[in-house]
Design a protein around this ligand. Structure first.
Ligand code: BG6
Length: 470
């Protein structure tokens, strides 16, 4: 659709940026924090651990001041469950409450809206030892944890996100990693975990509405669109298979409280269906999110399955993420899109497409909680970082976002990944996403100095003009 008039971004648009606790904070064992599964990971060779990360725990005031200079209207961060409740259940760590309370106050001081993710991959290790999400008891542990968060921060936080990228944890657990000595759960077990997470999420959304009258809460999934490799109808069916199994199945449960029919048929056919206890589906319906939070990076192009092992391949340059499933789909190449140095497909139009589809299916406001460009940025002379590719990436996505707004999509904010450099989930510190550079190497922590990248000044200007200069 080509419009005669292009709409502006809404006046109260949340221009933001994102991070997550374990990727930015450091202080992994300080001030009473308990261990999380992340602290117990085996790291891929050549990549940093998360013990110091970007040292945000000690430098949050300086960081928030920089966020304010950048002009951020919102900052999306996560709370480390094991900093609040070291064993995942039971005693609350006062120092943990104090840290996040101070961080939120600091943000509010600069009129930066805090957007809080309650759980971003870092399950307390003590809960993992008891079976993690395979154990139904974790549902109530998550609800208890949420109660502590709403009690302490509910009066000063409006936007809440439940679980970050549940679909990544279930479909690509290798990307997050397994604690030392552990092994990846079977698919059957993963779908049982999925069921438990969804029940926990529904209960917590309900609790939020009861405890925080002004609060708004939503799920934060990684959502994208799939294209068929050709106009062969079998490619289209395969693309629809994976689009449903990867995205809609999760959102249908989070929003409508029901198992998507195609998803359930797949689970039943492969004997992967979870045990659903009496009353579970009533609980699932309690959810009622106020918005959809969506992480968007790339699209996937799909071909018909060949029905054998040749359907399965690693995503370009990344052995941790396997794509393809015999009888379901096979990943294919798309000649119309480009790729980052890390092999991630760059497809700004795919963002518009995905936003349209989410709106059509769920008719809820959308908050973009991640989108960004990973690169091995180089610190050049006079403390400059010329991250032109990142600028181009964000610019193109914002252009498409504007068109999606013309399409009628209600987007309430854009929080690219990441506000400041953080440790990548499994590709180390060399792969950076931030508007602010952190002066450290993969293993050499150097002085952890903060340096504004070229993209910092560029995004600052976009925010100043409310995106009207896009
Ligand atoms: C998202 C995650 O999937 O992608 C983030 O929510 C992550 O935690 C981001 O950092 C980028 O992925 P990666 O693997 O490059 O760090």
């Amino acid at each position: 659709m080509i419009y005669k008039n292009i709409k502006n971004f809404p006046e109260d648009f949340l221009w933001g940026a994102s991070t997550s606790a374990y990727q930015v904070e450091g202080a992994w064992n300080e001030d009473g924090k308990g261990l999380s599964v992340i602290d117990m990971l085996d790291h891929p060779e050549g990549t940093s651990d998360f013990k110091v990360a970007s040292d945000h725990y000690h430098r949050y005031k300086e960081d928030v001041r920089l966020f304010s200079e950048l002009g951020l209207k919102a900052y999306r961060f996560s709370i480390a469950w094991s900093r609040i409740i070291p064993n995942g259940v039971g005693e609350v760590n006062k120092k943990g409450i104090e840290f996040y309370s101070n961080l939120i106050d600091e943000l509010n001081k600069y009129n930066i809206e805090p957007i809080v993710t309650m759980y971003h991959f870092d399950l307390p290790y003590e809960l993992e030892r008891k079976g993690g999400w395979s154990n139904r008891e974790v549902i109530d542990d998550f609800v208890e944890y949420a109660k502590v968060l709403f009690d302490n921060f509910g009066h000063k936080v409006k936007y809440w996100l439940t679980i970050n990228e549940q679909n990544t944890m279930i479909l690509h657990p290798g990307a997050i990693g397994v604690p030392k000595g552990g092994k990846l759960p079977s698919k059957k077990e993963l779908y049982q975990q999925n069921h438990h997470m969804l029940l926990a999420q529904a209960k917590v959304m309900d609790l939020c509405h009861k405890m925080c009258p002004n609060g708004k809460i939503g799920p934060a999934l990684n959502i994208t669109s799939m294209y068929g490799e050709t106009c062969n109808p079998n490619d289209a069916i395969a693309a629809h298979n994976w689009e449903t199994l990867r995205g809609w199945s999760f959102l249908d449960l989070a929003i409508y409280g029901r198992y998507n029919k195609l998803f359930w048929s797949y689970l039943e056919d492969r004997n992967l269906e979870p045990t659903v206890l009496e009353g579970d589906m009533e609980v699932m319906k309690l959810g009622n999110p106020d918005f959809v939070a969506m992480n968007y990076y790339s699209t996937v192009t799909i071909a018909e399955s060949r029905g054998d092992a040749s359907d399965v391949s690693a995503r370009a340059g990344d052995q941790q993420i396997m794509l393809g499933e015999p009888g379901v789909y096979r990943a294919a190449e798309n000649p119309y899109v480009s790729k980052t140095k890390y092999g991630w497909v760059v497809d700004p139009v795919g963002l518009r497409m995905t936003l349209r589809k989410v709106t059509e299916r769920y008719n809820l406001p959308i908050l973009i909680t991640e989108n960004g460009y990973g690169d091995n940025d180089i610190l050049e002379e006079n403390d400059t970082i010329n991250d032109d590719d990142r600028i181009e990436f964000i610019k193109q996505h914002l252009e498409q976002l504007k068109l999606a707004i013309c399409d009628g999509v209600e987007v309430i904010g854009y929080c690219p990944w990441s506000a400041i450099d953080v440790v990548s989930t499994h590709q180390g510190y060399g792969k950076r996403y931030g508007f602010i550079y952190v002066n450290r190497g993969e293993f050499d922590l150097m002085d952890l100095r903060r340096i504004k990248k070229k993209s910092f000044y560029w995004y600052q200007n976009i925010i100043k003009n409310n995106g009207n200069n896009i």
